[in-house]
Write a protein that binds this ligand. Sequence first.
Ligand code: SAM
Length: 253
Amino acid sequence: MNPLKETIQKEYAAIIFNQEKIGVENQRKSVCKGIYHPIQHKYLLKKGYIDEANLGLGCGFPFDYISFKKNNFVLDLGCAAGIDCFIVSHQLGNVGKIIGIDITKELITKAAKIAEKNKIKNTEFVLGDIELMPFKNHYFDYVISNGVFSLVSSIQQTFSETFRVLKKTGVFCFSDIATKKEYDVELIEKIKQYTGCLNGILFIDNYVKALENVGFSSITVLEERKVDLFLDEMTTITTESEIYIFTIKAIKK
Ligand SMILES: C[S@@+](CC[C@H](N)C(=O)[O-])C[C@H]1O[C@@H](n2cnc3c(N)ncnc32)[C@H](O)[C@@H]1O
């Protein structure tokens, strides 16, 4: 496995160990304040919300832009402990299903345990790499994702896989982090540490172009939210920060 993916697995497994040690609420306090904290109160209000599954790693609500039908098949890329899967599962019936895929074994194990404990039958959690997915072509009605793509080696490969597993007329909706400004290398390294972007932070245009390249249509940026980077060591860039959380929807026509 490539070193980037090994690092990701170690860092995300450590979040689960940390949660077990200090409790879920304290663990969430330790995540990037500018990204998760402004949306946390909204998370708590979502139907199907399960506190234990929320590691404070999400940055938006891509599922809010989809009207799920009871029999839909849905995929969550980089599902972690399953928080978004549980919220979507609440909107599906027993014929429908949401599958969460994640590269970190400890997270998949945790999500499956939470589903079992809460007797949730329409979720499934799969260990795997979203850049090479273990799913058939044209399988899902919807694919969602929340805060994952700055961790992948190739956004183009990830989107190409997403396009492959979606049914015709299927919809892809995701929230993620992006910049609107070029930073020097040193600053980008700091931002990456602070925001947990292990591989890189892209421009919104990079996402749109990658979606177009693999064949998606009707690409719409639905929402943008500026991130306040307010840790002490980041104050040098607070005033000029051009880091955004955004949500994009695209269709496989
Ligand atoms: C910032 S977290 C977001 C988690 C979740 N979507 C949420 O909202 O709570 C990023 C997740 O992506 C997973 N991940 C990173 N690279 C991946 C890859 N190539 N394939 C599958 N999962 C990956 C990590 O293990 C981690 O759980």
